[in-house]
Design a protein around this ligand. Structure first.
Ligand SMILES: C[S@@+](CC[C@H](N)C(=O)[O-])C[C@H]1O[C@@H](n2cnc3c(N)ncnc32)[C@H](O)[C@@H]1O
Length: 197
């Protein structure tokens, strides 16, 4: 089964499973989100970030799965939001198109996170910012159960073996601004990056 198929099946239940667990975290990490720019939300899903974002940006939300995008439509008011079906690993946008990119619960979902991050860096303007929320192993962390689980669930929902530091090596234009441990004893992290000017 492809991720597109599985997220089509997951879509009706996604909010029930995920919204409450992450809502406070989203509110916290998006409370100072900048205004007045072009923002890409790559892997927007059902749009659970949207209620926490400031209205005075132009937003583009991209996702592979039409059933997830259809649910995001219901959350777009009052934002200026364009929804696009596409692949976060091969973005259909020109270089340097966005002031900010949000990668929430997508980098550790896609088969090739290094392509996803490199593409986000490509479409960012110099000096632009990128915010990641996801679950990552630390370099050299053994985590045998998560690596075992990964074999099965990577095909239907998410990877559980991604090491952020390894992925970042594929986007040399990005500089680390902050790395904040969050849920699951720091398994989930909010990582902020800035593209070199
Ligand atoms: C775990 S959900 C996260 C959704 C949302 N960002 C959030 O924070 O709730 C992962 C999303 O990634 C989408 N997805 C999976 N593979 C993708 C790809 N290659 N390109 C774009 N979206 C993808 C799925 O359809 C799903 O909506």
């Amino acid at each position: 089964m492809s991720l597109k198929h599985s997220y089509t099946l997951i879509a009706p239940f996604y909010d029930l499973a995920i919204r409450r667990a992450f809502d406070r975290t989203r509110a916290e990490i998006l409370k100072d989100f900048p205004s007045g720019g072009n923002v890409l939300i790559s892997g927007i899903g059902t749009g659970l970030d949207l209620p926490h974002l400031p209205p005075d940006n132009q937003y583009v939300g991209l996702d592979l799965t039409r059933a997830m995008l259809d649910r995001a439509t219901a959350r777009q008011h009052p934002l200026q939001l364009t929804l696009v079906q596409g692949d976060s690993q091969r973005l259909p946008f020109d270089d340097a198109s966005f002031d900010h990119v949000i990668l929430h619960l997508i980098l550790a979902v896609v088969p090739h996170p290094e392509h996803c991050l490199a593409e986000a860096a490509r479409v960012l303007k110099p000096g632009g910012t990128l915010q990641v929320l996801d679950k990552f192993l630390r370099p050299d962390e053994k985590a045998p159960m998560r690596r075992l689980a990964n074999i099965l669930i990577r095909h239907i929902a998410t990877r559980t073996d991604v090491v952020f530091e390894h992925v970042l090596q594929h986007a040399p234009s990005l500089n680390l601004v902050s790395d904040q441990p969050l849920l699951g004893n720091g398994w989930f992290r909010c990582i902020r990056l800035e593209k070199s000017a």
